[in-house]
Design a protein around this ligand. Structure first.
Ligand code: HEC
Ligand code: HEC
Ligand code: HEC
Length: 126
């Protein structure tokens, strides 16, 4: 049993040594993962899964606007049953910081959504 343990320990050590360059390269170059975003504090879930939001939040916002402006429906239910008011400033910015989150990522990818001249944080109609 002792010998097996020794062989195992040797194997683990060998693997660590062989893969070490990859680990240390990863640790010393942590910056290539995009902008540093200010994350919501005390919230764990967006109105849709994070990867879905990352790819499709623009379309979701357009759908929210159409629903509110065209049909007057202001509430929505997420797939996991939570209810939200469909409001850019009231709901999205209730969890997210405009500057540290939306603006920072948009600056990084060079998009400038033209929403903020009308939708001002804290001053929206409701
Ligand atoms: C010219 C002004 C203007 C611009 C620019 C604008 N909106 Fe709006 N938006 C409005 C008005 C007015 C309403 C209706 C407000 C209401 O009924 O509560 C509205 C409603 C909405 C709503 C639903 C209600 C709410 O309070 O959020 C969403 C979501 C929305 N807009 C998203 C956007 C997005 C996303 C952009 C940028 C791509 C954008 N809007 C640009 C004027 C504007
Ligand atoms: C109840 C709080 C809450 C609301 C409301 C909310 N979010 Fe989120 N959102 C989160 C959380 C929590 C995450 C996950 C952050 C993480 O993974 O660190 C997230 C993730 C995201 C992401 C992906 C970020 C990334 O890492 O790529 C985007 C984009 C986003 N939200 C946009 C929005 C928009 C736009 C709205 C309004 C339509 C909105 N969120 C409403 C809490 C919220
Ligand atoms: C992780 C990065 C990221 C975060 C965080 C993020 N966005 Fe975006 N957003 C993008 C990208 C990338 C695009 C452009 C997508 C495209 O052109 O297909 C975009 C586009 C948009 C558009 C459409 C712009 C247009 O002119 O068509 C709106 C509206 C928008 N984002 C709103 C928001 C809001 C509101 C938040 C914060 C609650 C937010 N985004 C957070 C990456 C992000």
């Amino acid at each position: 049993v002792r010998e097996r343990a020794l062989i195992l320990a040797g194997l683990v050590g060998f693997l660590a040594a062989v893969t070490w360059p990859a680990w240390s390269a990863r640790a010393s170059h942590p910056v290539s993962d995009g902008p540093v975003l200010v994350r919501p504090v005390g919230e764990t879930k967006c109105v849709a899964p994070t990867d879905v939001m990352r790819r499709t939040h623009m379309r979701l916002l357009a759908d929210w606007r159409d629903s509110v402006v065209r049909t007057g429906v202001r509430m929505m239910t997420t797939n996991d049953g939570r209810q939200f008011r469909m409001s850019l400033t009231g709901t999205c910015l209730g969890c997210h910081q405009k500057a540290g989150f939306c603006d920072r990522c948009h600056a990084y990818v060079s998009v400038k959504p033209a929403c903020w001249e009308c939708h001002v944080a804290g001053k929206e109609s409701r």
